[in-house]
Design a protein around this ligand. Structure first.
Ligand code: GLN
Length: 478
């Protein structure tokens, strides 16, 4: 049993099974935020606590009184939502994102807005107009990105669960850097209504949690068809918690040779190899697989993602949303000044790159070709999944890096996503779970990838691994 002082470290599963008093949990989380948030800076808007508010009476809602923190690119009615960009300063959405409606209906407490790279452009949470978030395991290191604030808030026990978004790895890579569980669902599984778009054909909302059970529980709440999102899949949502703890004896896992070559950090490789041995002992069978178009994934991603981003960001013009810089010289100078001052450096880089690859004369050579290679990348996975249930890879080639280390070299930063972006290009689900620590106490993550709508397979394997290890329980010293 937990005493009052460490209730903040509970998972949703603990709270539900131990029937912990929600008011005490919230009080404990508040104390925790007061103690560590100045160091971690996970939130762009800390949870608002009304001491006079009475806890809502006990209900059977699945997330009743559980604190869930929200990435700042997800609209909450009437609450400032900025995507960590100056251009959205003052933007109060008039509606809730579909995931927010579902969280409210499930009884969750919306627990603050978390920091991110501006418009989710980045892998380190440093491209934020609010300044960087720190990795709770080592404050000199980045928490990963772009959902770095969400991952750090969970790792630092400032929240119970959080919601992020993943366009090329933005849930899984920070989960791996911070030692928590992060899931990118199948494209179409979770409604994107009210998620401020980065790259609409790649974006998915998903959970960042303290363990695999919580991930399944949170996915249960947010998944499901939504007519407001034209790409939402009308497919039945199973109870994902049911697949936890199932035996993995008949599971075949593929190891893609292309992911285990040069560039992978030694300690990451050792941790992943050790995890493979453990899964073998539990009965899983491993076979090598080929994903031959992997080598093009980063290039293809940065063409498609920037093309879509440049188009999605066209709406921020000083007229409809947030920030406006009126120079008094008419419309075009106002657009220029607003966008010039409102967007950060990385956003501008992506708008320029995306506009370039979409411009006539270059469209066929870059954008169209990238779309064709994307189809080949997807086909690699389709072929592989004919003989296997799941693919296992490291989540990131390295553990968390130092703040500032990759800020001036965008290409080095882009390579942090080398193992995660293919799942977005193919639209398939993938999870990152903790699988060890480096000698310097930095978490290491392992990624499992499955076929479309087979999140249950991910949960099954992830929970079998988690049951034998204790990585999720190793907390940062803060
Ligand atoms: N780091 C990748 C990028 O900068 C992925 C970001 C994301 O998934 N939102 O585009």
């Amino acid at each position: 049993m937990n005493n009052n002082n460490n209730l903040f470290s509970l998972s949703a599963k603990d709270i539900i099974t131990q029937k912990t008093d929600p008011k005490s949990v919230i009080a404990s989380l508040t104390e925790r935020i007061n103690k560590v948030e100045d160091k971690v800076k996970a939130f762009v808007r800390k949870p608002k606590i009304n001491p006079a508010a009475k806890p809502s009476p006990k209900t059977n809602q699945p997330l009743w009184s559980i604190a869930v923190s929200i990435k700042d690119n997800i609209c909450v009615e009437g609450q400032l939502t900025t995507c960590a960009s100056k251009i959205l300063s003052g933007f109060h959405p008039p509606y809730d994102a579909e995931v927010i409606t579902r969280l409210k209906n499930a009884g969750a407490i919306l627990w603050g807005k978390t920091n991110m790279d501006e418009f989710a452009f980045g892998s380190s949470c440093e491209n934020s107009c609010y300044g960087p978030t720190s990795n709770p395991h080592n404050l000199d290191c980045v928490p990963g990105g772009s959902s770095g604030g969400s991952a750090a808030a969970v790792a630092a026990d400032e929240t119970i669960m959080s919601i992020g978004s993943d366009t090329g790895g933005s849930i899984r890579q920070p989960a791996s850097f911070c030692g928590v569980v992060g899931l990118k669902p199948t494209y179409g599984r979770v409604s994107r209504y009210g998620l401020i778009a980065f790259a609409s054909s790649l974006d998915q909302i998903g959970p960042l949690t303290k363990n695999v059970y919580d991930s399944a529980l949170l996915l249960n709440t947010i998944a499901g068809y939504d007519h407001k999102d034209s790409t939402s899949a009308d497919i039945k949502v199973p109870d994902f918690t049911k697949s936890l703890g199932e035996d993995i004896k008949n599971i075949t896992i593929g190891l893609p040779e292309e992911y285990f070559t040069k560039g992978i950090n030694r300690e990451v490789k050792i941790a992943v190899d050790t995890a493979i041995e453990l899964l073998k002992k539990k009965g899983a069978k491993f076979i090598p697989v080929k994903l031959p178009h992997t080598q093009y994934a980063v290039a293809v991603y940065y063409i498609i993602a920037t093309a879509e981003a440049s188009s999605n960001l066209a709406r921020f013009d000083g007229v409809q949303y947030g920030y406006r810089k009126d120079t008094g010289q008419g419309l075009i100078p106002m657009y220029r000044a607003t966008r010039g001052e409102g967007f950060g450096e990385e956003a501008k880089r992506r708008i320029i790159l995306g506009t370039y690859v979409l411009s006539s004369g270059y469209y066929d050579a870059y954008y169209l070709r990238a779309q064709k290679v994307r189809t080949l990348i997807k086909k690699d996975f389709d072929d592989a999944f004919k003989t296997i249930d799941c693919i296992l890879t490291p989540t990131s080639p390295t553990p968390a890096f130092k703040k500032g280390e990759k800020l001036k070299t965008p290409l080095a930063m882009y390579l942090s996503d080398i193992y995660t972006i293919s799942a977005n290009l193919a639209g398939i689900p993938a999870i990152s779970i903790p699988c060890g620590f480096t000698k310097n106490n930095l978490p290491i993550g392992l990624q499992l990838i499955a076929k479309p709508f087979a999140e249950d397979t991910l949960f099954k394997i992830a929970s079998a691994y988690e049951a034998e290890t204790n990585w999720c329980k190793i907390k940062p010293k803060l």
